[in-house]
Design a protein around this ligand. Sequence first.
Ligand code: GLU
Length: 430
Amino acid sequence: MSTSSRVENTITIPVEQELNPWQSQAARFDYAAQKLNLDEGLWKILRYPNRELIVHIPVAMDSGRMEVFTGYRVQHSIARGPAKGGIRYSPDVTLDEVRALASWMTWKCAVVNIPFGGAKGGVICDPKKLSMGELERITRRYTSELIEFIGPEKDVPAPDMNTNEQTMAWMMDTYSMHMRQTVTAVVTGKPVNMGGSRGRREATGRGVMIVCDEALKRLNLNREGCRVIIQGFGNVGSNAAQLMCEDGYKIIGIIEINGSLYNRNGIDIDELIEYKKKNNTIVGFPGASPADGAELLTTECDILAPCATENVITSKNVERIKCKILCEGANGPTTAVADEILAEKKVFIIPDILANAGGVTTSYFEWVQDRMGYFWKESVVNERLESIMKESFEDVVRYAEAHNVNNRIAAYMLAIDRVAFTIRQRGIYA
Ligand code: GLU
């Protein structure tokens, strides 16, 4: 018999499944669906992904040896528009993880009310051990295996963990070679000179800052001197840190896998970014003291922003978390079991499907610009992003108050309700 943990008083998930992102997603989905009184048919439709593709791709390594990599693309829903979501490269990618991430994309796009469904992809590989040539060949072969399933009106990939603008350029080129024409709108997060959007690179971090601003207003807290700890210094974490630092927040801690930094007076993020560019690590940065990552995560602060990966706040450390606001720049950084304790501690959560939606929102702008062939100034992109993030924050917080649920469940309920409404209206083709 397995022991179970209570989530939100009604949902139980087996303790040994706590770290399975699919279980984390499903537990919140089930609870929100139940609160919505979602009918059984729609519940079944939305609980599982619509399509799951597994590809085994042969790739010639630099040594001349042939290697076979396994890749996934899961399309959770296309009810509200083309499937949308990133591609990650990591040795830990699993089908359950990609399933969870694909579902989260559906909910995320619905929370910010953009006309996309949800998808996610991943290739099991260790990019640190691969040359540029090997990465390019993996990307091109993976793209070609998915050729019938992706496209501007079908499924639009984007960057995620360990993929970037270059990866998207290779994907766009491979797809375009097959189509015999340049199709920029097949992926987002491209370089700006080939159909990328201004502001896309910083967009997720900018979105994180915008929702933090809104949360501070709600809680009557001041931005100046507000102490922030950020876990992860990749695209999301570093941009969030830089923009927040510019805006008067005090970034007192940065946590990375290979070393962390603490400075109670605030870290100069511009200098840290320069240092990382030169040294490829934040370790040894003279403007802060070295710190223990696990300790820093549980150090007192106003805002804690996990911006790296899943399962950072779990039953193991949640009791020691001491932030007022938890802003989830990453997907799934908090387990469903930990949610319950955070609620007891009255931590104000800005859930992932809202907090990190700035990335996909600007991806939506990129897709629109590509399709109209007319590109916007960065200030226009940023203004439109700000307006969507603010409105979505309001929607979620108001929903939470009206239905007496926490922000995470409110975000799920809002999203599920929007997707279910569309499915009911479209009807089921049978
Ligand atoms: N990978 C990002 C996310 O998880 C961006 C997805 C996109 O732009 O399509 O939201």
